[in-house]
Design a protein around this ligand. Structure first.
Ligand code: AMP
Length: 294
């Protein structure tokens, strides 16, 4: 059995569940408040708070976990990162009140106090920029209030859209860390030696990474099919590189057209379609890809 700790609520929970579902590891909960759920086969989910996941994985209560890089770094535990899952993007920033006039770290007054839910990361950051004089005021949430009630001068907090900072009359001074959700495991599991059960877990982890990666890889790609004039194939090869060049399939129209199939970037699909049309392409079809294993 490979137990994977997943966030039970908050920003990361829904997207983690969606990624696992897409990878064929469907979360089968017995009830909405269940602490564990089968993911099919040997995989089991354990639902816990995102901030507890680094501890659970480091202590072996779970074999792997999905949580934010911010929380992984703050935990200061020895963990092995298996993959960047690319969702839950946010930044940990230093922010100051608009009326403070602080626009750079140099302008933060001597011996200023910083309120944060991330005391270790904040301390490490200020030490790294030569500001050991700044003291940390740990809070368990709502750091953005701290400068307004006089318990701190600045804050270090997570920002996604930036609207929480703006609403509270704060602005960013600098970025401490950029974060996304990551899949982690304990270093011991990566060193699985002769122990049979560890070896089994090691290969289950590899299976998990391969399944999740194949979905992530496919998310920003599309499968494109089009009928093109045979005489334009060389031009079309230049705009449809595909994974190994486009697949070319005969069409029973006397040889005038061929069908080309290729995997293309979703972000440039409209440009690709326009270029194909310029070369006389017809019957263009674009579909999503569930998984991509190069
Ligand atoms: P926003 O107003 O979109 O900048 O969001 C800021 C608030 O949401 C802050 O209070 C953060 O603590 C929280 N937040 C933003 N992004 C994340 C994330 N990826 N994970 C956890 N909390 C987040």
């Amino acid at each position: 059995m490979l137990r994977i700790a997943l966030p039970n609520k908050g920003r990361l929970a829904d997207e983690a569940r969606e990624l696992f579902n897409d990878a064929g590891l469907e979360v089968r909960v017995r009830s909405e408040r269940a602490l564990t759920a089968s993911l099919g086969g040997i995989f089991e989910a354990l639902f816990v708070r995102a901030q507890d996941i680094p501890e659970f994985v480091a202590d072996g209560a779970a074999d792997a976990g999905v949580t934010g890089l911010d929380l992984i770094s703050e935990s200061d535990r020895q963990l092995h990162i298996l993959s960047d899952l690319e969702f839950g993007r946010c930044r940990l920033v230093v922010a100051a009140t608009d009326e403070s006039g602080i626009t750079s770290v140099d302008l933060i007054p001597a011996s200023a106090r910083v309120a944060t839910v991330f005391p270790r990361l904040a301390e490490r950051f200020f030490a790294g920029v030569g500001r050991k004089d700044i003291s940390i005021v740990p809070v368990s949430g709502a750091a953005e209030i701290a400068p307004h009630i006089g318990i701190a001068d600045i804050i270090v907090d997570l920002v996604s859209t930036g609207s929480t900072l703006r609403t509270n009359g704060l602005h960013e001074v600098t970025t401490v860390l950029t974060s996304t959700a990551h899949l982690i495991t304990a270093p011991e599991l990566m060193r699985a030696g002769d122990d049979g059960s560890l070896q089994e877990k090691g290969s289950a982890l590899q299976e998990l990474v391969a399944a999740l990666s194949s979905v992530l890889r496919a998310r920003d790609k599309r499968y494109l099919m089009a009928n093109v004039p045979r005489g334009k194939l060389e031009d079309i090869r230049r705009i449809l590189p595909g994974l190994n060049g486009p697949t070319v399939v005969d069409i029973m129209d006397g040889g005038e057209h061929v069908a080309v199939h290729a995997v293309v970037d979703a972000s440039t699909i409209y440009r690709t379609i326009a270029a194909l049309k310029n070369f006389g392409a017809e019957g263009i079809l674009v579909t999503r890809i569930e998984r991509l294993m190069p």
